[in-house]
Design a protein around this ligand. Structure first.
Ligand SMILES: Nc1nc2c(ncn2[C@@H]2O[C@H](COP(=O)(O)OP(=O)(O)O)[C@@H](O)[C@H]2O)c(=O)[nH]1
Ligand SMILES: [Mg+2]
Length: 300
């Protein structure tokens, strides 16, 4: 399996050399793509030097700090063009321990997305302060409940996607930049009816360098969740399907009709015909705009 580990960086020169040697000690044949936003501390130049020694290291230089979300989108597009099979998201600051990488690689053989989870048995956040636990744990519960996402750690950024998963998603439509990016990607993957697994990780706070987390990033995550919920509640198709259910004279528009089971009840005059909600054929594994599939996550 051809794997690519995408690491977005902004001022991570202190962390990167030891992180890369950790990564190659656990997965020697992987490629690594650094997406650097012209870090003032010279991270980009350092990577250029390292890649002269190691052809598995690649870099995308961007002109300035453009955010985590767009850095990953650029990395995903690179991975699709170069036909990698499994594509990782990973932070540069050792919060994501390279020792977990082999577990992701085994899990991605069965799933479309594997998320490193702090909130399933075996997962932990050992050196976090109480306020940090509250913000992260509370944010997760909020996003999960409001968006009906059956994933315990939907803001986690240590992940592995199959290339086909990234190809299925319209990457140009993804708008979030910070924590909301992880929630949005999870939501989009689930709405394509794809399979998400969680694997436990121990997440420690960075020891060197500075966090780029800000209040703006938290506000973005909160507003993304609320906006998405509102959209799903008031989407035109859902409203029309609902109206058709309670008032059968309302005609179903073309797109909704295509979601009605192909084998309708025998008689067209049968009132049961009109009682059919706009459901998706059971065989369909893709695009499920009306509901998220039943809990696909694995607790291990
Ligand atoms: N390329 C790029 N990387 C970023 C940006 N913001 C954060 N990062 C990187 O994203 C990863 C996670 O950021 P971090 O500051 O550790 O966030 P925290 O873990 O929430 O405190 C690190 O590798 C950062 O260097 C950005 O705007 N551009
Ligand atoms: Mg961090």
């Amino acid at each position: 399996m051809k794997t690519l580990i995408i690491i977005p960086t902004y001022n991570e020169a202190e962390n990167l050399p030891s992180l890369l040697s950790g990564i190659f000690s656990y997965v020697p044949h992987t490629d690594v793509l650094i997406v650097d936003d012209n870090s003032p501390d010279g991270t980009g130049r350092l990577v250029e030097e390292m890649r002269r020694q190691n052809p598995h290291i690649h870099i995308l230089h961007r002109p300035g700090k453009l955010g985590l979300g767009t850095a990953y989108i650029a990395g995903f597009k690179y991975a699709i063009i170069h036909k990698y099979d499994a594509i990782f998201e990973m932070d540069a600051d050792f919060s994501h321990d390279p020792q977990h990488l082999p577990a992701f690689i085994s899990a991605i053989a069965e799933a479309d997305l594997v998320i490193g989870s702090r909130y399933i048995p075996g997962g932990s956040t050992p050196n976090w302060s109480f306020p940090r636990r509250l913000i992260s744990g509370g944010g997760n519960i909020f996003a999960r409940r409001i968006l009906n996402i059956p994933v315990q750690d939907c803001t986690g950024g240590f992940r592995c996607y199959r290339r086909q998963t990234l190809e299925a998603i319209n990457l140009d439509a993804v708008q979030s930049r910070g924590y909301a990016f992880q929630i949005e990607m999870t939501y989009r993957v689930l709405h394509h009816g794809l399979k998400v697994y969680e694997t436990p990780i121990t997440f420690v706070d960075r020891r060197l360098g500075q966090s780029k987390m800000s209040r703006t990033i938290m506000v973005e995550a909160f507003t993304y969740v609320i906006r998405t919920r509102m959209k799903s509640l008031f989407s035109t198709r859902k409203r029309v399907a609902y109206m058709h259910k309670i008032l059968p004279l309302v005609p179903l528009p073309q797109r909704v009709e295509s979601l009605v089971p192909r084998n309708p009840p025998a008689s067209a005059s049968d009132p049961a015909v009109h009682d059919q909600p706009a459901t998706i054929p059971a065989s369909s594994t893709r695009s499920r705009p009306f509901h998220i599939p039943p809990r696909p996550t694995r607790r291990s």
